[in-house]
Every structure is written in structure tokens, then in C-alpha cells.
Design a protein around this ligand. Structure first.
Ligand code: NAD
Ligand code: ZN
Length: 240
């Protein structure tokens, strides 16, 4: 795949940038995406499981579903796309990875400055007072030592707001970046749908990498459509 000259120049000259990643970057690691044919949610109703009302009506069921996903994800390893982002981060003074994933694979690949918009599946918090509870090994949700509320996975559920600090950091990067990569996200949910558009409006150069074209493809400056685990290493190689 030929990488555009301007993309290489923009990468070399960038002082500040970010990558926005979605489930597609972890697909080559064997973690199913949201909307794919063999997607994670295929025979489960995510709105029932990953929601406040689902947890209230059957906390054990929701907790056990997350336990299964944790077991599955724990076995998986970062792929070449995750490692490529670690390399790109070394090339640019200030570079964040803003992810919608909850799988911890960016951190495992050695990337710093990871902004998790949807939380982290290995962490937990109290569903009542919000106290952080870290990793927990239990077959059923346990009670918070501070307030007696039930402890739940520290991920963003359907209908819940995104964490404010992370969101603020993401807007900051969107408005002040020279280069932006939008990787493996269908960009259909907020803020993934707007962050790259805001960057373009502020003069950022946006490069999309996805298996297929998406709703933002017509707006981006450059796009590569193929497997992330192949395209990102090529991108790194063409700059070094
Ligand atoms: P999505 O499932 O809506 O979209 C995935 C995108 O990745 C698609 O556009 C698809 O074309 C692309 N893709 C799939 N395989 C690819 C590959 N090998 N190379 C390049 N592109 C590829 O994902 P989303 O937009 O991130 O939204 C899903 C939501 O579900 C997220 O909010 C996330 O929190 C959650 N989720 C997380 C994980 C995870 O942590 N790994 C996995 C599934 C879902
Ligand atoms: Zn509590």
C-alpha cells in the first residue's frame, strides 16, 4: 500500500496529535467487534446487559457476562497495530491514544497517555457512590465497603455519560492537533463521530484507517482501507 507523501510529511512535522481507536484495532488480536458479522453481541442483547436497568434487574447475570468477557480478553495480546501506535507516539512530542476500547491492549503494547473514553473492563466501581474498586475476583457482584452499594465493571453502559475528565482531554486534543489517526472505528457514536471533524475544522490533518469506508471517510484528508495490523506497520515504516 502506497502511503501518500503529504501524510508522511505531516507525520514528520507534527508536534501534537492523537489516534482515536475503536474495536477494529483489537479485531486482529481476536477480540470481536461490535457490529461485525461474528460480533460480540450477536446472541446477547447489549442493551439488557450493558445498561443500568439490566444491572438493576439482574446484577448476577450482568456481572457473569462481564466475567466471561474478562476471561476472553485476558487471553488476547496486542497486535502489530497496537505496537505501531507505540512507535508513532515516540515520533511525535505530544501524542495521545484516545480509545473506545475497554481491553487494555494499548497499555499492554507500551503506549503511554491512553485516554479511555469507555472505561476499562478489568476495573470496577461502586454503582452507587462511584468509589473505584480495581480488579476483583468474584462470581457475583460484591458490596462496596464505603456505602453498601453493588460493585460493577468500570465501563460506560448504554445511556450513561462518558467520563468528564477524559472527554475534556479528548476535545482538547481534537482542537489542537496537527495529525489525527482514526483507526478501526465505525465513527457512528459520539464523540468518535465528532472528534475528527472538529480536528479538520481546526486545521488538523486526519488520516482514517479502517477495513472499509465509514461515515466520516468523505471528510478525512487521507484514508487507507485494509487490515489495521498491516496498514499501521507500513505507515510507521514509510516515516522511519
Ligand atoms: P464498531 O464495532 O462499531 O466498529 C468497528 C470498526 O472496525 C468497523 O468500522 C470495521 O470496519 C473496523 N474493523 C474491523 N476489523 C478491522 C481490521 N482488522 N482492520 C481495520 N478495521 C477493522 O466499533 P466501535 O466504533 O469501536 O464501537 C463499538 C463499541 O463497543 C465501542 O464503544 C467499544 O467500547 C465497545 N467494544 C469494545 C471492544 C474492545 O475493547 N476491544 C470490542 C467490542 C466492542
Ligand atoms: Zn459505594
Amino acid at each position: 500500500m502506497d502511503i501518500k507523501k503529504e501524510t508522511i510529511e505531516r507525520m514528520k512535522n507534527a508536534k501534537r496529535g492523537f489516534a482515536l481507536t475503536g474495536a477494529g484495532i483489537s479485531a486482529p488480536s481476536g477480540i470481536p467487534t461490535f457490529r461485525g458479522k461474528d460480533g460480540l453481541w450477536k446472541d446477547k442483547d447489549p442493551r439488557k446487559l450493558a445498561s443500568q436497568s439490566g444491572f438493576r434487574s439482574d446484577p448476577d447475570n450482568v456481572w457473569q457476562w462481564y466475567n466471561e468477557r474478562r476471561e476472553m480478553i485476558k487471553e488476547k495480546e496486542p497486535n502489530r497495530a497496537h505496537y505501531s501506535l507505540t512507535e508513532i507516539q515516540k515520533m511525535i512530542d505530544n501524542f495521545a491514544v484516545i480509545t473506545q476500547n475497554v481491553d487494555n491492549l494499548h497499555q499492554e503494547a507500551g503506549t503511554d497517555n491512553v485516554i479511555e473514553l469507555h472505561g476499562n473492563i478489568f476495573k470496577n466501581k461502586c454503582n452507587n457512590c462511584g468509589k473505584s474498586h480495581g480488579e476483583l475476583k468474584s462470581d457475583n457482584p460484591v458490596e462496596c465497603d464505603k456505602c453498601g452499594g453493588l460493585i460493577r465493571p468500570d465501563v460506560v453502559w448504554f445511556g450513561e455519560p462518558l467520563p468528564e475528565d477524559e472527554l475534556n482531554k479528548a476535545w482538547e486534543y481534537a482542537k489542537n492537533s496537527d495529525i489525527v489517526f482514526v483507526i478501526g472505528t465505525s465513527a457512528m457514536v459520539q464523540p468518535a463521530a465528532s472528534l475528527p471533524i472538529i480536528s479538520i475544522e481546526h486545521g488538523g490533518y486526519v488520516v482514517e484507517i479502517n477495513a472499509e469506508r465509514t461515515v466520516i471517510s468523505e471528510y478525512v484528508n487521507d484514508g487507507y482501507y485494509g487490515d489495521v495490523a498491516e496498514v499501521l506497520p507500513e505507515l510507521v515504516e514509510s516515516v522511519s
